[in-house]
Design a protein around this ligand. Structure first.
Ligand SMILES: Nc1ncnc2c1ncn2[C@@H]1O[C@H](COP(=O)(O)OP(=O)(O)OP(=O)(O)O)[C@@H](O)[C@H]1O
Length: 802
């Protein structure tokens, strides 16, 4: 039966590919035809040609994409009630017609089936795939997974099957159908398709998908989206959609599918671009293949928090105490004060702020002294306008003061004459080298990096952050910025990027290099008018290449913003992200139990501010698709400590493989040795212990590599990242060492969590970070105790005991 069903689907897939070939042929013809139109040469014909080439190009591109599983689903439906044909030609009604189901009677008048059983005929079969394909007569051969008619494929359950009798997932590679998996949604019914009883094959696609080995790239879930996820994906994009759910509930997957859905559903509206904000570059590269596999690229920008600001690309992390200062909303005031403070330092080229301004006007010398200058600066700075943008105001106040000093107002009692004389005075003075040189030195144009660099000086920073930061915080902040040179060049941390963005606002945009402006302008046009559609394919491609060479942030205002792992954004990061979606609708997904930010209330307030007063719609995801029940049960113990009262999601499967607990060979560990024997001995003991830990980690990683087909993630405390990489050297690219904060959002077939206590002790949010680490595995988990863990006789560390 399986073979027969596979052959039937193969015939359908063959028909789809024949039709695709015809469409490709048509698109190529359109391209050639468009080229001929160009020879006509009138502006109208040229615009038409461009539009035609563009459409054909996009179409060709899509058709030519080598999708894995192009066609992946099928539903067999009962006749519908009040069925209407939707825009894609399919029936959209969800309820079966009143007479759809009959009872078979002995004389056979109700058709085949045992007497007394419920029987029905399949009225319609829909195939579902990554793109919609219509046959030459406009009957749908494949329905796009995002079309309304495809929704029952995801939504139907045995409790509420609607019209769906059988849901089938079709597995194919290239043009070959490899297998089918069916779910019968109305098992009580004997259904007939073209007079033959409907076959049911396999035991469901979800389990097959979840059991597959993981690689270094996330896969889409189009073939097995579950009903509660589908509701989020298709939720109308009004204001803010908030999604909460525990680890492995598919939040990231759902967020990405939602981006593809929104584009499908209203491509024009989202021409302004969709931004997906991800916490780490690792998660960006893990997920970046998903959208192309859904047929969507280009209009969705997936960016890590450290890559949201032009010219700043950061992937390093500050230590927790420093990150806490930099992420805190208090930094807004510190930065405002610092910007003004830096202004007072004058330009570095001039060696500090000039004390006096001397110019020559009306044949006489006029001078402004230190006090007057200070007074003028204060008046110019009154108010909250960006510092760089206040320069013209300061210039005007200087000229006013010079004019007063010149004695001219007394000489010209007639206002008209005075105004004329004043105009000449302003022109003369403001072009004088002494004046322009003074202005550049006294009110230099500031860049965000320069302000950040000036904050390296602890004494100054202390002044600028008086009564805002504590001295200890000032010291930490100043030290961490010591990586920058005077001009602010040097490596930035992820948290510095949000500070830079804030400073851009505090300072106002400095004049940009010509080239960058041109590139940004063309983006603006694209966004506003949809003009992109009128450019040729080649032009678009060239534009795209140029954009990808440009530093990360091209747009500053998106049509829709999706924030993944939203629980982790610091208040300063919320402000940065909020600026990118002032007019946008939002999808915000996260899990408070996985938050690595210590002050959750402060972050929640910043989030509210970023999202404004927009109404919010909330969804909850409740099923854990990643961890087997055995691993979920263990991690729930940490959840109970980290967030008492929070309900963990329900694991959807169980493997029978319980987590393994490993201890160091001598049962002890690093740092716990060297009792009373002097420093040198203690150091030697620590070295030996580190070697032991390294040996144990490597041995355990090797064991896991042998046990699973796919990837192994070794999660250590942030402070041990480099060490762990060295321990695992040479084991191949299936195994990765990660700091606890980097593990966010990722998953591995097997995970080795090294020293839970060390991870938990690293920050005030350490228990939640440990919860993240323990929820990364899809198949196997080993926990290795370190010096601080106090394992019991079974090797279970204290934090993980029941
Ligand atoms: N409906 C589904 N069908 C198949 N696989 C699924 C489904 N939903 C989720 N998954 C899989 O479960 C895993 C977890 O999904 P995802 O990473 O999106 O979860 P998450 O909620 O973002 O987790 P975390 O909070 O830990 O980051 C992924 O491998 C994903 O492909």
């Amino acid at each position: 039966m399986r073979e027969r069903e596979i052959r039937a689907e193969q015939r359908h897939l063959d028909a789809v590919y024949r039709r695709l070939a015809e469409k490709i042929h048509e698109a190529e013809f359109l391209m050639a035809d468009a080229a001929k139109r160009a020879q006509v040469g009138t502006p109208g014909a040229l615009a038409e040609r461009d539009a035609q080439v563009f459409r054909a190009g996009v179409h060709l591109n899509r058709l030519n994409s080598e999708f894995e599983d192009f066609l992946f689903g099928r539903i067999d439906l009962l006749p519908g009630k009040d069925g209407e044909r939707g825009p894609d030609g399919a029936y959209t009604s969800v309820e079966p017609a009143d007479d759809a189901v009959r009872t078979a009677v002995p004389d056979g008048t109700a058709g085949p089936g045992d007497p007394g059983t419920a029987v029905a005929d399949i009225a319609e079969t829909l195939h579902i795939g990554r793109l919609g394909v219509l046959d030459a007569d406009y009957t749908p051969l494949v329905i796009d997974w995002r079309a309304p008619a495809a929704a029952p494929f995801y939504r139907a359950t045995p409790v509420a099957p609607g019209r769906v009798v059988r849901r089938r997932v079709i597995r194919s590679r290239g043009r070959r159908v490899l297998g089918v998996e069916d779910d019968l949604l109305r098992p009580e019914l004997t259904a007939y398709l073209d007079g033959e009883e409907l076959a049911v094959v396999g035991d469901g696609a979800l389990m097959a998908a979840l059991g597959r080995a993981r690689g270094h790239a996330m896969r889409d879930i189009v073939a097995s989206i579950q009903a509660e996820q589908d509701e989020v994906i298709r939720a109308p994009a009004v204001s803010v959609t908030e999604v909460e759910g525990g680890p492995g509930t598919g939040k990231t997957a759902v967020a990405l599918h939602r981006a593809a859905y929104l584009l499908y559903q209203d491509r024009r509206r989202y021409a302004g671009g969709i931004l997906v904000v991800s916490p780490t570059p690792l998660l960006v590269s893990y997920t970046e293949g998903v959208l192309p596999s859904l047929g969507e690229e280009g209009q969705v920008a997936v960016r890590a928090l450290g890559s949201l600001v032009e010219g700043a690309e950061a992937d390093t992390y500050d230590e927790q105490p420093v990150a806490r200062v930099k992420g805190s909303a208090r930094m807004v005031r510190v930065l405002r004060r610092s910007a003004r403070g830096v202004l007072e330092l004058g330009s570095p080229e001039a060696g500090g702020p000039p004390e006096r301004l001397r110019v020559v006007a009306f044949g006489a010398r006029i001078e402004l002294g230190p006090e007057e200058l200070r007074d003028i600066r204060e008046r110019a700075l009154g108010g909250t306008a960006p510092v760089n943008l206040l320069r013209p105001r300061a210039r005007r106040l200087l000229l006013d003061a010079l004019w007063e000093h010149s004695g001219a107002p007394r000489r010209y009692p007639d206002p008209e004459l005075a105004a004329e004389a004043r105009q000449g005075f302003d022109e003369d003075v403001s072009t004088e080298a002494a004046f322009t040189g003074f202005l550049d030195a006294w009110w230099p144009e500031l860049t965000p990096r320069r302000v950040l660099a000036a904050m390296r000086d602890e004494k100054r920073l202390g002044r600028w952050s008086r009564r805002i930061l504590q001295p200890r915080e000032v010291r930490r902040l100043a030290r961490s910025l010591a990586r920058l040179d005077d001009g602010g060049a040097g490596p930035l941390s992820v948290h510095d990027v949000a500070l830079l963005d804030e400073l851009r606002v505090v300072l106002g945009a400095p004049a940009r290099p010509r080239e960058a402006e041109t590139a940004a302008d063309s983006w603006g046009l694209d966004q506003l008018s949809g003009l992109e559609e009128l450019r040729t394919h080649a032009e678009r491609t060239a534009g795209r290449a140029a954009r990808s060479e440009r530093p990360a942030e091209e747009r500053t205002d998106y049509a829709h913003v999706i924030v993944d792992e939203a629980q982790d954004l610091t208040p300063m990061q919320w402000r940065m992200v909020g600026r990118r979606g002032r007019q946008a609708t939002w999808t915000v997904v996260g899990d408070p139990a996985q938050s690595s930010w210590s002050d959750q209330e402060e972050a929640a307030a910043a989030r509210d501010e970023a999202l404004g007063a927009r109404p919010r719609r909330r969804f909850e995801l409740t099923v854990n698709y990643r961890n087997p029940a055995e691993i979920a049960e263990l991690s729930a113990r940490v959840l109970a400590l980290a967030m008492p009262g929070t309900r963990p999601p329900t694991a959807v499967r169980s493997t029978g493989l319980v987590p393994r607990f490993a201890v160091l060979p001598d049962g002890g560990g690093e740092g716990g040795t060297g009792r009373g024997t002097g420093r040198a001995t203690a150091r030697a003991a620590a070295r030996t212990a580190a070697r032991d830990l390294g040996g144990a980690v490597r041995a355990e990683a090797e064991r896991l590599l042998a046990e699973v087909e796919g990837t192994v993630g070794v999660v250590v405390a942030m402070g041990r990242r480099e060490q762990a990489r060295a321990w695992l050297a040479g084991l191949g690219d299936r195994v990765v060492a990660l700091g606890s904060l980097e593990a966010k959002g990722l998953e591995y077939d097997a995970t080795l969590v090294v020293s839970p206590a060390e991870i938990a002790d690293e920050s005030p949010a350490g228990l939640r970070v440990l919860y993240v680490a323990l929820t990364r595995a899809t198949q196997r988990l080993t926990v290795l105790s370190g010096a601080k863990d106090l394992p019991d006789a079974e090797g279970v560390p204290d934090l993980l005991r029941e």
